[in-house]
Design a binder for this molecule. Structure first.
Ligand SMILES: [Fe+2]
Length: 189
């Protein structure tokens, strides 16, 4: 199987898993999180001279553990699923290890040392992708957390500001700056 076909195979695998009735979060995250996450990850990889293929594959697979097994330890379960799937596709061992490390280290909250540029890009794109899902974050505040409209406005603004403050690359600030500015114009009173 050619390299480009492997990326497409992995994308399709993630889409199929999100579509299954067993998906822990339904199909929603495919469009609202995976697609923008990979878009930003690929863009950062291209602009920063990282290994685009590793970043793209890791971007598609970084939350697969959440979808198939559940949120807890999804970096560990996801890395396992990725190793198995990529092994079946005959992807080179050392590249499987790079993808698995990106997945293992993608949770900023786990406070692990991220070593490679590819690993850092996955963490960064995970944060940036929230800026493409403001409606989903509002829905979570209003529906899941049952906040009032004003509480939701404040909590969404706080969440996006935290995401912005966590960004580590100037490239991502350039990329997402206008969206963060728009959030502040619309939500800060
Ligand atoms: Fe994610």
């Amino acid at each position: 199987m050619k390299r480009t076909e492997i990326v497409e195979e992995i994308r399709q695998f993630v889409e199929d898993e999100c579509r299954k009735p067993t998906s822990k979060y339904g199909f929603g995250p495919y469009d609202s999180h995976f697609v923008p996450m990979v878009k930003y990850a690929k863009k950062l990889a291209l602009e920063m001279g990282a290994d685009v293929e590793i970043v793209e594959i890791a971007g598609w697979l970084h939350d697969i553990g959440s979808i198939i097994v559940g949120r807890e330890d999804h970096h560990v379960t996801g890395a396992e699923i990725a190793r198995k799937k990529l092994g079946e596709l005959g992807y080179p061992e050392e590249r499987i290890a790079s993808v698995a490390n990106c997945i293992l280290h993608h949770r900023g909250s786990q406070k692990m040392e991220s070593e490679t540029l590819e690993e850092q890009i996955i963490i960064e794109a995970d944060s940036i992708s929230c800026f493409d899902n403001i409606t989903g974050i509002f829905r979570a505040a209003l529906v899941n957390e049952k906040k009032t409209e004003d509480e939701a406005r404040k909590s969404v603004l706080k969440k996006m500001t935290n995401k912005w403050n966590q960004l580590r690359f100037e490239k991502s600030k350039e990329m997402i700056g206008p969206k963060y500015e728009a959030v502040r114009i619309l939500l800060d009173r």
